[in-house]
Design a protein around this ligand. Structure first.
Ligand code: Z15
Length: 828
């Protein structure tokens, strides 16, 4: 085996460590060495967790060599660097990722087996780094991996939350949130960089300084200051090609304790400041697609934006005389509006700290930033009350007013915008209490603005950014999301990876679009059988997990029909549950029919403050309890809600699905990425024409995906006409009976009124088109039932899905960003 990690350290003349050998003997010896000298255990004493630590340290050493080489290369070559600013990185576990990308899976497995240790079991003990909520955070993690794999010098910048996304338990059917403590046993992947610390200010005053013969200057004197300290995590690309850095900021007090206060006996008072500083990076806000709106959240946003920009400026000035050419050397991608205050902060740093003129600073800023929008949902769009913004960030507020004046002048003078159009583009919302619109700020401060699927990008142009699009018609472009095939195919589904390798050779491992060579094998009965056998084994694994964790027995021979994602009304888990109830009812009424056995599997977390979403979780669990204990449907229908959905659980679930539920109300899911993970692993999709489903339809072909329901346009039309669900319910007995059962307490006999509101919303409003889409959804599910009876047909479609999903790799997304937006990377 050739090993890229051991080859080619660069020619800087520095002494380089001896090349590392990667045979099982050497690895076993080194693991025992770490076990002895770093963990302090003998192999005989070591518990599984100790083996995890020792193995991680051995892998880490191999990464570090390449990491230093990559950083050095980026620094000395002067190549353009890409900074991905994101409030969230939903990374999951890193050990398997690192081992796989260094091509060490087999030798490490062999090395550990010499001590009777099972690598798979060791890997399970690593905590899951959940510094994100869902799609947006996981996308950032896939993008980091793909930048390393496609040889782009990428840097992630974010926040080192002490408590990641909460742990979910289900008690009496309801969600309970528990604190998450991923750092409790230390974190071997991170390196604290004490020397990389920046001061971040809040509050205080801005004064104008007018010196004779000089232009007036603004000086901001913050009332509070905290320190941002860097923690670096290496991100290993495929075949160890490049190792990039994820730099996460931790907030620390400038003075850990106020000595005066401490010495005068006020021990609590002495710690107040320090607690306040550390609070900034203590927790991840658990609201997904919903603005949190608290002051602490704005502090987090500014804190990590300012620290990242100060760091980028320092790095730039290391090799350049001044900041005039910043945009030639750095591209900064804003992942949603969470880091949008960066636009004002970079202006401040350029003008107030580095002495640039406004016009030049604005040019540099716009050429440096680009912005990705991830949602059109009005409740998710960030806007901050002016009084809060002004109190916390007075200088940045001034700058925003000045940017706004310039944009409005341009719109009025060059495009003749009238007052109503100007109100639409203004950075200040003059409506209900004046607010700063962060989307507008990110838009005007960027040279490129992108949506995350073709449909979403078109809707951006028509809705939230309609008027800004008229003003800057070339700025919006599409970059359809993708997912990394290393984690979501190779690591999550080794059985399928081996089968594909066996069938078409290993070229697809380096270029996932070559997996298209598999397509003709859909017609090969022997291949289909092997493909189905892999799926069967993955389903057995999931069935075991369900049996162990929830004491529910599910049959791997049934259709595994799976919806896993954040719980949100627009994602319509409710529609899926209603369909389960209607099916339950039908099976009981017509036991003589030839029903196709199904297991409906749900998982996902609700924001703690999102009452409706929590009701939906409760309902899923109540329905599961009723159905699973009814012998009348025993082998035909099961409903399961698996608690605590996270990246690691997703890695088990995705390969085990027959059917993937992507049923959001059309026009509301910006892209979706779970849809891609499922289909790559051979699940068929039942879905609406929403987000990236539209492009999946184009790639897999209409025979291989099950599309139903209203289009985005029809949804918008129906909403304008303000239909309720009442007349639809009256006409559809299946739907009516299911809703009657819910609202009369069939599933919640201990609290029959529990779901009154949930159901009455459908009668009176049907905002999410649950009723409007019910019949189409039901009919499509029954077509799938029939298809399951023809396993040849089903498996052929499944093979087509795997073969035709290569385009949805995040490598493709990243190459498009690099080519069209960043002008960076090996092809730049
Ligand atoms: C989030 O996970 C997404 C959008 C948001 O505005 C926030 Cl705050 C969080 C998701 C979208 O809902 C999903 O459709 C998309 O695939 C994902 O971002 C990545 O773009």
């Amino acid at each position: 085996m050739t090993n890229e990690v051991d080859s080619a350290l660069d020619g800087t003349g520095a002494p380089t460590p001896a090349p590392r050998k990667n045979d099982p003997e050497t690895l076993a010896r080194q693991i025992v060495e770490k076990l002895t000298y770093s963990v302090g255990k003998t192999p005989a004493e070591a518990r599984r967790y100790d083996w995890l630590e020792a193995t991680t340290l051995v892998i880490r050493d191999r990464i570090i060599d390449q990491w230093m080489e990559s950083s050095q290369r980026a620094k000395t070559s002067g190549e353009k660097r890409v900074c991905y600013l994101s409030m969230e990185f939903l990374i999951g576990r890193l050990l398997r990722d690192a081992i796989n990308n260094l091509n060490l899976t087999e030798p490490i497995r062999e090395a550990l087996s010499r001590y009777g240790v099972d690598l798979d079991l060791v890997e399970l003990l690593e905590p899951d780094a959940a510094l994100g909520n869902g799609g947006l955070g996981r996308l950032a993690a896939c993008f980091m991996e793909s930048m390393a794999s496609t040889d782009i010098p990428g840097f992630g910048y974010g926040i080192r939350y002490v408590h990641g996304f909460f742990r979910q338990e289900i008690a009496d059917g309801a969600q309970v949130e528990l604190p998450e403590t991923w750092l409790a046993h230390g974190n071997p992947w991170e390196f604290e960089r004490r020397e990389l610390a920046y001061e971040i200010g809040f509050g205080g005053k801005v004064t104008t300084i007018q010196e004779p013969g000089r232009p007036a200057r603004q000086v901001w004197r913050p009332a509070e200051r905290v320190l941002a300290v860097a923690y670096d995590t290496p991100i290993v690309g495929w075949r160890g090609r490049r190792v990039n850095t994820l730099r996460l900021w931790s907030a620390q007090p400038l003075d850990p304790i106020l000595l005066d206060a401490f010495n005068s006996g006020d021990h609590i008072g002495a710690l107040v400041e320090s607690n306040k500083a550390e609070a900034i990076t203590r927790i991840l806000y658990p609201a997904d697609s919903h603005q949190a709106g608290q002051e602490l959240r704005l502090r987090q946003e500014y804190f990590f934006s300012s620290a990242s920009l100060q760091d980028i400026i320092r790095r730039h000035l290391h090799a350049n005389e001044n900041l005039s050419n910043l945009a030639d050397k750095f591209s900064i991608q804003l992942n949603d509006t969470h880091p949008a205050v960066s636009v004002a902060e970079l202006m401040r740093l350029l003008i107030d700290v580095h002495g640039h003129e406004w016009a030049e600073a604005w040019e540099i800023t716009r050429n440096t930033f680009s912005y990705t929008n991830h949602t059109l949902l009005p409740e998710a769009l960030e806007h901050w009350p002016i009084h809060l913004f002004e109190r916390l960030l007075p200088r940045q507020m001034q700058i925003i007013y000045a940017i706004n004046a310039g944009v409005i002048r341009e719109a009025a003078q060059e495009k003749g915008f009238d007052d109503s159009k100007i109100a639409a583009i203004s950075l200040i919302d003059e409506g209900n209490g004046r607010r700063v619109r962060m989307g507008q700020l990110a838009f005007v401060g960027s040279h490129a603005v992108n949506g995350v699927s073709a449909l979403h990008t078109e809707l951006m142009k028509e809705t939230v950014f309609h008027h800004l699009h008229l003003l800057y018609p070339d700025r919006i472009e599409n970059k359809t999301n993708g997912v990394t095939p290393r984690r979501w195919l190779m690591q999550a589904n080794p059985g399928l990876t081996d089968l594909v390798t066996d069938a078409i050779g290993p070229a697809f491992l380096d270029d996932i679009e070559k997996i298209a060579d598999l397509d003709p094998l859909a017609d090969d009965a022997a291949f289909r059988e092997r493909f189905a056998a892999v799926k069967r084994r993955n389903k057995e694994q999931l069935a075991n997990l369900i049996g162990e964790r929830m004491a529910t027995q599910v049959d791997p021979g049934a259709i595994f029909d799976i919806q896993v994602k954040r719980i949100h009304e627009y994602k319509r888990q409710f529609l899926n549950i209603i369909e389960a109830i209607a099916l339950y009812d039908q099976i009981r009424s017509h036991p003589e029919r030839d029903w196709t056995p199904r297991v409906k599997i749900f998982a996902g977390k609700a924001a703690p403050s999102y009452a409706q979403a929590k009701q939906i979780i409760h309902l899923a669990n109540d329905v599961a309890r009723t159905i699973n204990s009814d012998p009348a449907v025993r082998d035909l229908l099961k409903v399961v809600f698996i608690p605590n959905y996270n990246v690691s659980l997703a890695e088990i679930i995705m390969p085990a699905a027959d059917l993937s539920e992507q049923i959001s109300t059309a026009g509301l899911e910006a892209s979706g990425t779970g849809n891609m993970k499922f289909a790559m692993n051979g699940a068929l999709t039942i879905g609406t024409l929403d987000g990236a489903n539209v492009e999946m339809l184009e790639h897999v072909g209409e025979d291989n995906i099950f599309i139903f329901g209203l289009t985005a346009e029809e949804v918008a039309q129906r909403r304008r006409e303000a239909h309720s669900g009442r007349s639809i319910i009256a006409e559809l007995p299946l739907l009516r009976e299911a809703l009657d059962a819910i609202s009369s307490g069939v599933f919640s006999p201990e609290d029959p009124a529990r779901y009154h509101d949930l159901v009455s919303n459908l009668y009176n409003n049907d905002w999410w088109m649950t009723c409007a889409d019910f019949q189409a959804y039901w009919d499509t599910q029954r077509r799938l039932d029939a298809l399951w009876q023809d396993q040849d047909e089903w498996q052929a479609k499944a093979v087509h899905n795997t073969a035709r999903m290569g385009w949805f790799s995040s490598d493709r997304s990243i190459r498009e960003y690099a080519r069209d937006i960043w002008k960076a990377g090996p092809d730049a």
